[in-house]
Structure formats: structure tokens, C-alpha cells
Design a protein around this ligand. Structure first.
Ligand code: ADP
Ligand code: MG
Length: 347
């Protein structure tokens, strides 16, 4: 991220200085920004201050209103990204995203700091996830060791457990692009990119105090744009008037959490080998493969991966949602509870 391009300014966002682009989506741009009202002194050195006081350095997700309306009016062909990610982003959807995020408080869930809007944009001020997407780290490392995969996936799973069990929220868009690192992960340059990540060599990288799990640090769930509240946390019943709810809705709500478990299985598979479980150049073939749950543990990539990891994935990538592991079953699986390899003796 060494771009020197001119950063945009937005009417309605005068209190923030936009420093750097962090990512984008179909209708949004996410920037690293500095809150000028609370952070005047360190505005020139955002990265340094981020490590000193991360909560003061937010990021802003700027969602365009204009394209939202244009796409609603049917000229989807004008926005090529829309085809790839069809998504009805009306005002109500943004407010739902904001409301769901406001109701969450967990170390594995990206925090919403504030929300505002102007005539043309919605502004979601979020805690800055400096390390960017898990997706990019998989690309960089090729794949993760089992220990490192466990360290990452358990953080994600604890976030999902919190959403499912404590908030009654289904995320519905769990994928490596929406899982973000709090800090730039420290990956020792001595490890060749084509080799698996070696956790024991992690400390050879630069040491940053307070970052758990060696140099890889904290991973959080972002992007609640497709999330849905399916379960009333207080009464622990499906949302809506229970007495009049059709059985398929009741079943649907019971099983809707399982979409996150399928996605978790896809992420775990991808972490361990570096490519996704379902892929095909043809979208029709790919759809068919997913529908049948057709995937394999391809040799030689999967040859050295433990049978325990494979067993866990099989219980997640299971077509029948009633058979698929719930988050509690996932967390109870032996692979999740295996102790990491002991630290090497000092030399
Ligand atoms: P969309 O709904 O358009 O997919 P996201 O919320 O997923 O929007 O944000 C798009 C991208 O912006 C993410 O994939 C990520 O790269 C980046 N991003 C999102 N939130 C943050 C954040 N809090 N800190 C840093 N980068 C972020
Ligand atoms: Mg996203």
C-alpha cells in the first residue's frame, strides 16, 4: 500500500482527514482516516499513533448513495461490479448494518465507532484494521500451518459463537475478504513464500508487544452488510410472531446460522491448503459442485494435513444443514482443542 494518489474529500466528513485507502466493495470505499477533533497532534503520523492508541485511529467506510439509487432503478449494467455482487443496498439495509454493529461488542468483531450521512454518502466510522484482509495474507503465504490456521479460525469462530448465541445474528458473508487483521501480521522474511508458515520461526520477525499468537495477532469479522437478526436474544425464539410463523420459516431460521458454518468450513479449507474447496471457471459447474457438496482433499496439497482437520472440515462442508456442525460442535472438536506445538527450548 504505497500509493501516493490524492485522497478524496467528502462533504459531511470534514472532521476527518483521509490518509489511505484500505479497501473497497461494490458501493463502498474504506479509508484509514484521522479524527481531527480528537487527534490533531498525531494527524501527521497516523501509523505511529495507531500502535500507541488504536481506538483513536478509525477507518471510514464511505457508502455512495447515488449508485444505490441508480442500481435500484434498474440500470445495473452501468456498474460492472454490481453484476458480481448483486446486493440491494437501500437506506434500510445500511441502517440494519449499523444497528447490528451497534449491538455488538466482542474482540473478534470490528467495532462501529459512529455513523453519519450526508446528501450523497453514508459514513460508517469503524475501528481501523491496519493489517487488512485475511485474503491477502493467504495469497502472500500460499497457505497456513495447522497451528496458525487454528489460531486464526478460533478467533473467527469465537466471533461467530458470540453473534449466533448471544446476539441472534447470522453474518451471511463470512469469507477471507471480510476477515481483517488488526495489525500488519509479522511474517519472517526468512520463510520462503512457497513453504508453509512456521509458527516456531515467528519470533524471528519484529516483535510488537501486545500482539497475541506470535506475530499474526488479532483477526476480526467485518462487513455486516448482509447480516440478519434471526433469533430474539431475550426470548430465545425465532424473530416474528411465533404462533403464526409457517414451519418452513421456523426451520429456515433454525438452519440459517448454518450458512456461517459452511462458510467457516470454506475458510478453514482455504487456510490449510491455499485454494478454496469449490472452484470452477464455469459458474454453472461451480454452482453444481456447491449444490452437491462436491470437493476433495487434493493430493499432494492435503497429504500432510492431519486427519483431524479433515474430519472437522467434513462436518462443516456437509450439504444437509441439519447434519452440519453448529458453532458449539465446531468449538468442541478435538482439532480446535489440540495444544499448539510446544515452544522450542532456548538455544
Ligand atoms: P462491502 O460491504 O462493500 O464489501 P466491507 O465492509 O467489506 O464493504 O469493506 C470493503 C473492504 O474494505 C474490506 O474487504 C476491507 O478490505 C476494507 N475494510 C473494511 N472495513 C475495514 C476496517 N475497519 N479497517 C480496515 N479496512 C477495512
Ligand atoms: Mg465485504
Amino acid at each position: 500500500r504505497e500509493q501516493k494518489e490524492q485522497m478524496p474529500t467528502y462533504k459531511g466528513l470534514e472532521n476527518f482527514k483521509i490518509v489511505e485507502k484500505m479497501g473497497d466493495g461494490a458501493f463502498s470505499n474504506v479509508y484509514h482516516a484521522v479524527d481531527l477533533t480528537t487527534n490533531k497532534k498525531v494527524a501527521g503520523k497516523p501509523t505511529l499513533s495507531a500502535s500507541l492508541c488504536p481506538s483513536h485511529i478509525p477507518s471510514v467506510k464511505v457508502v455512495r448513495k447515488f449508485e444505490l439509487n441508480a442500481s435500484q432503478e434498474g440500470d445495473k449494467h452501468l456498474n460492472p461490479k454490481f453484476k458480481k455482487k448483486p446486493r440491494v443496498t437501500e437506506r434500510a439495509n445500511i441502517l440494519k448494518e449499523v444497528q447490528i454493529m451497534r449491538g455488538t461488542n466482542h474482540p473478534s468483531v470490528v467495532k462501529l465507532i459512529s455513523f453519519s450521512e450526508s446528501e450523497e454518502h453514508y459514513f460508517l466510522v469503524l475501528e481501523l484494521m491496519e493489517g487488512g484482509e485475511l485474503f491477502h495474507q493467504i495469497v502472500k503465504l500460499t497457505y497456513f500451518s495447522e497451528n496458525l490456521s487454528r489460531h486464526v479460525i478460533l478467533q473467527v469462530a469465537n466471533g461467530i459463537r458470540y453473534l449466533h448465541e448471544e446476539r441472534g445474528v447470522v453474518h451471511r458473508d463470512i469469507k477471507p475478504e471480510n476477515l481483517l487483521f488488526e495489525r500488519i501480521p509479522i511474517i519472517p522474511s526468512k520463510v520462503p513464500v512457497h513453504r508453509p508458515y512456521d509458527e516456531e520461526k515467528e519470533d524471528e520477525g519484529e516483535f510488537i508487544p501486545g500482539v497475541g499468537g506470535g506475530g499474526i495477532g488479532r483477526v476480526k469479522i467485518a462487513d455486516f452488510g448482509l447480516s440478519k437478526v434471526v433469533w430474539n436474544e431475550e426470548t430465545m425464539t425465532p424473530c416474528g410472531t411465533v404462533g403464526y410463523t409457517a414451519p418452513e420459516i421456523v426451520k429456515d431460521e433454525r438452519y440459517s446460522k448454518s450458512v456461517d458454518m459452511w462458510a467457516l468450513g470454506c475458510v478453514l479449507y482455504t487456510l490449510l491448503c491455499g485454494f478454496p474447496p469449490f472452484y470452477d471457471e464455469s459458474i454453472n459447474v461451480l454452482t453444481e459442485k456447491v449444490a452437491r457438496g462436491y470437493y476433495t482433499f487434493l493430493s499432494p496439497w492435503w497429504d500432510d494435513i492431519s486427519s483431524s482437520a479433515k474430519d472437522l472440515i467434513q462436518h462443516l462442508l456437509c450439504v444437509d444443514p441439519a447434519q452440519r456442525y453448529t458453532i458449539d460442535e465446531f468449538l468442541a472438536h478435538p482439532w480446535c482443542n489440540a495444544a499448539p506445538a510446544p515452544a522450542p527450548p532456548p538455544t
